[in-house]
Write a protein that binds this ligand. Structure first.
Ligand SMILES: Nc1ncnc2c1ncn2[C@@H]1O[C@H](COP(=O)(O)OP(=O)(O)O)[C@@H](O)[C@H]1O
Ligand SMILES: [Mg+2]
Length: 145
């Protein structure tokens, strides 16, 4: 599916709609795109679908992984938000604890810069790609099974 976003707010809204439709326990979402393409805005929208305030969703570029506790359908749930930008080798994810992140239980995982760990991304992952069209326009492509 392809969408055109004309503003940061629209990208957040598309992320929220995506989250409502596709997020549940065990889901892994990859979000690709150059720096500034709007990945983090889209992720804020997904998190918003779980009732997570966007201020809790600082870019994890330095932390590598954020774990945000929330609720899903009235039960405790957790969102893992990984940013693999700084990874030089996929093995670095293995050192962080691959099991929780790639097979989330009572949780879902969002991965920015999945290219860095391409061989570890499960085939079932839902894929989001953002591309620049102009200063405020972004093409957003969603690939799900
Ligand atoms: N349609 C749009 N969607 C998302 N961000 C946009 C859009 N138009 C302009 N922007 C700007 O692009 C930047 C995107 O930042 P961010 O979401 O952090 O990108 P990334 O995580 O991909 O590096 C922000 O400065 C935002 O204001
Ligand atoms: Mg980002």
């Amino acid at each position: 599916m392809q969408y055109l976003s004309n503003s940061p707010e629209e990208t957040i809204a598309l992320g929220e709609a995506f989250g409502r439709k596709y997020l549940h326990a065990g889901v892994v979402v990859t979000v690709e795109g150059e720096l500034g393409a709007g990945k983090t805005h889209f992720v804020k929208g997904i998190a918003g679908a779980l009732g997570i305030d966007e201020r809790e969703l600082r870019s994890p570029t330095f932390a590598l992984a954020n774990e945000i506790d929330c609720e899903f359908q009235g039960k405790p749930f957790r969102l893992y938000h990984l940013d693999c930008y700084r990874f030089e080798r996929p093995e670095e994810l293995l050192e962080l604890g691959v099991e929780d992140y790639l097979f989330p239980k009572n949780a879902a995982t969002i991965i920015e810069w999945p290219e860095r760990i391409a061989e570890l991304i499960p085939a079932r992952a839902k894929k989001v790609a953002l591309q620049f069209r102009s200063e405020f326009e972004r093409e957003i492509t969603i690939t799900v099974e």
